[in-house]
Design a protein. Structure first.
Lengths: 112, 116
C-alpha cells in the first residue's frame, strides 16, 4: 500500500515529441505528489508538484495530470528536448508526515 | 548561495570499516533526510530528522546511524553491520509542514560509496 508504481522504466522520444511518464498509488492518505528530475551524478531536483484537489498543473513545457479516482498521476513533457534527457522520479507523501515514497524512476532519452 | 553540501563526493571503504558521510545545509530548513539510491530501485529513506536532537528510522535504517546536534548538520555513519553498503547516498532537507507548507525536498549532490 505504500508503493508508488512508475512506468515505463525507460523511454526514447524524438526531439519535439511528447514524453509521458505514469505513476500509480494505493494509499489514499498521500496528499502531495512531486516529480523530480535527476541528471547523472547529481542529486534530484524538484520539477513540478501537485496536490490531489487539482486535476492538472502546468509549468512551461511540463504538465502533471492527476486522476484521484484512478489513483494515478502522470508527467507530460511537451516539445521534448535533448536537454530533457535525464531520470525522472515521481513521489508521494503521506499527509502530515515527512515521509516520501519514490517511484523507481524513468530514464528518458530525447534524440536530437 | 543557499544549498546542501555533501562530502565526500566519492568514498572507498574496506569491508569492516565504518564511514561517515557529511551533510550540511544553509537553507534554514528544520527537517533533514538521508536516502539511498540503487539502480532500478528509486530512492529509499534511511533516516530523517524533524528537529535538532531528534530523528526517526526510515525504511532501511539497519546498519546506519545518524546524529542531529545542529540544525545545519545531519551526518550519516555507514557501519560495518550494513551488508551491502555500496550505493549512492543522497541528503535532503525541507521546511517543516506548519502553515500549510508543502515540505518539498531539496537534495544535495550525493556521495558515492564503494566497498572494496
Amino acid at each position: 500500500q505504500q508503493q508508488v508504481k512508475q512506468s515505463p522504466q525507460s523511454l526514447i522520444v524524438q526531439k519535439g515529441g511528447i514524453s509521458i511518464i505514469n505513476c500509480a498509488y494505493e494509499n489514499t492518505a498521500f496528499d502531495y505528489f512531486p516529480w523530480y528530475q535527476q541528471f547523472p551524478g547529481k542529486g534530484p531536483a524538484l520539477l513540478i508538484a501537485i496536490r490531489p484537489d487539482v486535476s492538472e498543473k502546468k509549468e512551461g513545457r511540463f504538465t502533471i495530470s492527476f486522476n484521484k479516482s484512478a489513483k494515478q498521476f502522470s508527467l507530460h513533457i511537451m516539445d521534448s528536448q535533448p536537454g530533457d534527457s535525464a531520470t525522472y522520479f515521481c513521489a508521494a507523501r503521506s499527509g502530515g508526515t515527512y515521509k516520501y515514497i519514490f517511484g523507481t524512476g524513468t530514464r528518458l532519452k530525447v534524440l536530437a | 548561495d543557499g544549498g546542501i553540501t555533501q562530502s565526500p563526493k566519492y568514498l572507498f571503504r574496506k569491508e569492516g570499516q565504518n564511514v561517515t558521510l557529511s551533510c550540511e545545509q544553509n537553507l534554514n530548513h528544520d527537517a533533514m533526510y538521508w536516502y539511498r539510491q540503487d539502480p532500478g530501485q528509486g530512492l529509499r529513506l534511511i533516516y530523517y530528522s524533524q528537529i535538532v536532537n531528534d530523528f526517526q528510522k526510515g525504511d532501511i535504517a539497519e546498519g546506519y546511524s545518524v546524529s542531529r546536534e545542529k540544525k545545519e548538520s545531519f551526518p550519516l555513519t555507514v557501519t560495518s553491520a550494513q551488508k551491502n553498503p555500496t550505493a549512492f547516498y543522497l541528503c535532503a532537507s525541507s521546511h517543516g509542514l506548519a502553515g500549510g507548507r508543502t515540505g518539498e525536498l531539496f537534495f544535495g549532490e550525493g556521495s558515492r560509496l564503494t566497498v572494496l
